[in-house]
Design a protein around this ligand. Structure first.
Ligand code: CA
Length: 226
């Protein structure tokens, strides 16, 4: 899942971004409203978390701008403003949730997952197929009950594939969901991650296969081993 984070306070921005990255999200973190609008123009985000008091454009205006091109984009407003007027303004402007600083990172993460669930993204926090289970919250994968050691990226890849079993996901879409703009270094990063994940699934005797649809993308299918 890919999240756009707009927060001008550097320490706060880095703390949230680090936490969410550790928890398996791809995060594009920006400090200014203009940068958020520009990022949303080139990438498709699953959700936006935004501060209201910003150096350039008011957060409410940024949200209105993001929503003008994608009305259903899940949004969480993060702010120190705690008056009832501001809260109502935030919720009336279409934010899905409103969190007052200071807040707990685990609570922010839980609320983010809740707005993503309401938006119809993942059906739940646990996925299972072909003897493999993956828990989106704990980020733990197992094959037939035995823990699978995956890197953060491999876990995110497995999660994306398990969310839509049997369906082809295009390479562009996967790259978009797994890699924030700052990560897009190597052109073969996705292929390499797929190869590593395949090896680990094979070694664990999982009855799951990642099929390559040449020139299109990948899909996860049940079967193969026992
Ligand atoms: Ca601020």
């Amino acid at each position: 899942m890919r999240v756009l984070l707009l927060e001008d306070h550097r320490a706060m921005r880095e703390m949230i971004a680090d936490h969410l990255k550790e928890r398996g999200f791809a995060v594009d973190a920006v400090a200014r409203g203009e940068a958020a609008i520009a990022a949303a123009g080139v990438a498709r985000f699953d959700a936006v978390i935004l501060d209201l008091g910003l150096p350039d454009i008011d957060g409410m205006q940024v949200l209105a701008s993001l929503r003008s091109s994608r009305a259903e984009l899940p949004a969480i407003i993060l702010t120190a403003r705690d008056s009832i007027d501001d809260r109502l303004r935030g919720l009336n402007s279409g934010a899905d949730d409103y969190i007052i600083k200071p807040f707990n990172l685990l609570e922010l993460e839980a609320r983010l997952r809740a707005v993503l669930r309401r938006a119809g993204s993942p059906r739940g926090n646990t996925h299972s197929l072909g003897g493999v289970t993956f828990d989106s919250v704990t980020r733990e994968a197992a094959a037939f009950g035995k823990s699978l050691e995956l890197t953060r990226r491999e876990a995110a890849l497995l999660e994306e594939l398990m969310r839509v079993p049997g369906q082809v996901i295009t390479k562009d879409r996967l790259e978009d969901r797994l890699y924030a703009l700052e990560d897009s270094g190597s052109a073969n990063a996705l292929e390499a991650a797929v190869s590593r994940l395949r090896r680990k699934l094979t070694a664990a005797r999982a009855s799951l296969q990642i099929e390559t649809k040449w020139g299109i993308g990948y899909r996860l299918v049940e079967g193969g081993q026992v």
